[in-house]
Design a protein around this ligand. Structure first.
Ligand code: NOJ
Ligand code: MG
Length: 529
């Protein structure tokens, strides 16, 4: 990879959940004006792009992932001109803007679905997945909704069922219909023409279902506590081969505009995930790699994970790493505050585009949501089993003012301990995790080895994950100590000296040398000389 790298290869992506970032009008819900007001913070942090979870008009059954108009902005977030201003203000600060596209399903209030539902013979009937009842009556087959229950909803007026991989308020579009393709291509063009730099595309692997609607087989490994939809193996509802032609079509639209990125939300094992780069890399630029989220937090499992991911990448495919999102418990709650600092170093020094989730730079934790405050439809459908995503979606704490400075009104979700964890406090503390993130991002910028360099595993110490990044004669080593003991680590034989560029620990920097001491839960980034 040379200096001709694209911005989305060099850069760091920051996910904003707009409802929870900054409210400007006191309704307790974050909005575009609020986000604009915080762009200076993001520029200070040093990220290169923001990805906004959906801001389109939506009945909010799934908080924007149920879209009722793909080419406008929901009034709760602002107006189209607010959005244009956001893009202009972001670009002025060197920040690119990535929108969230949800092509698998619409809202049940989208005019397309309203028309589809009017009659069996309606012009848009075939834009959605309608089926007659099964032979004994009831749903056409055994497919399950990701959010609990059958994936089929009965429509009494026509006697048919429609398919919804998620809520019944989120009917699936029929991607076997060419008119649907044309409509979505127009949506892409609409936003690209307005200056949007890319899309994160929702559940790409779920776009197409089996043409003959075969039942999914039972999952022999299903464990209680897993999402109920995992009771079946989704062989006929996800990762169907036809999906790749749809992606290639979107890619052609993106290429026509140039400099745009397509990111895919794809939850699949690595060997199937990498197929989404497409034939001759003509697919998704960055099929999201969520593997840091589910993995056990140890040097050995991470070492194996990175190796198998690196090995599976098709030639020339650009890797990426994701540490958190609005769908999973936060990293600090998954592995603890101390390890979260290690995770920051890992995310920002592995080879591949890092995507960080708002608030993780503060070490934000999941917030316990009392039953009366639950908003997530997943939690409401499948209560009390830990499915809820609200705990990771709570408002960003900016200061120790009321509601953390997020809103002057009643926040839509409760905040965590904003008096002790907030931007203002941490910005004044050079030992804070916020400063660690800021230093790491700055280091990535000054050291192209960290953004563009090759990845070489270093077998220095079994308790440490260690690797080198090499670019243009510069070699940088990263050593992460996962053990509870300090480790004395000898750097590779051909290195005379390791100069510490960064440590994840608070306090004075450790000594540089040929042999370095790495403290428990410490990560060091060293220039090898
Ligand atoms: C994935 C999104 O990230 C999630 O929040 C949403 O509920 C589903 N897709 C359905 O759109
Ligand atoms: Mg608001």
């Amino acid at each position: 990879m040379t200096s001709s790298a694209e911005w989305w290869q060099r850069g760091v992506i920051y996910q904003i959940y707009p409802r929870s970032f900054q409210d400007s009008d006191g309704d307790g819900i974050g909005d575009l004006q609020g986000t604009i007001a915080r762009l200076d913070y993001l520029a200070w942090l040093g990220v290169d792009a923001i990805w906004l979870s959906p801001v389109y008009p939506s009945p909010m059954a799934d908080f924007g992932y149920d879209i009722s108009d793909y080419t406008s902005i929901d009034p709760v977030f602002g107006t189209l001109s607010d959005f244009d201003r956001l893009v202009a203000e972001a670009h002025r600060r060197g920040l690119n803007v990535i929108m969230d596209l949800v092509p698998n399903h619409t809202s049940d209030r989208h005019p397309w679905f309203l028309e589809s539902r009017t009659a069996r013979g309606s012009a848009k009937r075939d834009w959605y997945v309608w089926r007659d009842p099964g032979p004994e009556g009831g749903p056409p087959n055994n497919w399950l909704s990701e959010f609990g229950g059958s994936a089929w909803e009965h429509d009494p007026a026509s006697g048919q069922y429609y398919y919804h991989a998620f809520l019944k308020e989120q009917p699936d579009l029929n991607w076997r219909n060419p008119e649907v393709h044309a409509a979505m291509r127009q949506v892409l063009g609409f936003w690209f023409a307005r200056g949007v730099d890319g899309f994160r595309i929702d559940v790409v692997h779920q776009l197409v279902e089996d043409a003959t609607f075969r039942d999914n087989p039972p999952n022999p490994d299903f464990q209680p506590g897993e999402p109920p939809s995992h009771a079946l193996l989704r062989v006929h509802t996800i990762d169907q081969p036809e999906v790749h032609d749809i992606i290639a079509e979107w890619r052609r639209v993106a290429d026509r505009f140039g400099g745009r990125v397509l990111i895919g939300e794809i939850h699949l094992p690595i060997n199937r995930l990498v197929a989404y780069y497409g034939v001759e890399l003509g697919g998704i630029h960055l099929p999201f790699n969520f593997n840091l989220i589910g993995t056990r937090w140890s040097a050995e499992t991470l070492r194996n994970l990175v190796s198998s991911y690196e090995a599976a990448l098709p030639p020339g495919a650009w890797p990426n790493w994701v540490l958190g999102s609005h769908d999973f418990p936060r990293i600090a709650s998954r592995i603890g505050n101390r390890a979260a600092r290690l995770a920051a170093v890992l995310l920002l020094t592995l080879r591949g585009t890092p995507t960080m989730y708002y608030g993780d730079e503060l070490g934000m934790s999941d917030v316990a949501i009392p039953p009366q405050s639950v908003r997530d439809p997943f939690e409401r459908n499948v209560p009390g089993q830990g499915m809820g995503r609200d705990p990771a979606r709570t408002p960003m704490p900016w200061s120790d003012e009321t509601s953390g400075g997020f809103t002057k009104g009643m926040p839509w979700l409760p905040l965590g301990d904003y008096r002790h964890c907030n931007v203002k406090l941490q910005a004044q503390d050079p030992d804070s995790i916020l400063w660690l993130y800021r230093r790491l991002i700055a280091l990535r910028r000054t050291e192209p080895a960290l953004s563009l360099g090759s990845y070489e595993p270093l077998g220095l110490d079994p308790e440490c994950l260690a690797y080198a990044r090499r670019y243009d004669g510069r070699r940088i080593a990263v050593v992460l100590n996962f053990s509870e003991e300090p480790r004395r680590v000898a750097l590779p034989d051909d290195a005379r000296h390791g100069h510490v560029l960064l440590s994840s620990r608070e306090g004075s920097p450790p000594d540089s040398g040929r042999i370095v001491t790495v403290q428990p839960a410490e990560a060091q980034v060293l220039a090898l000389e």
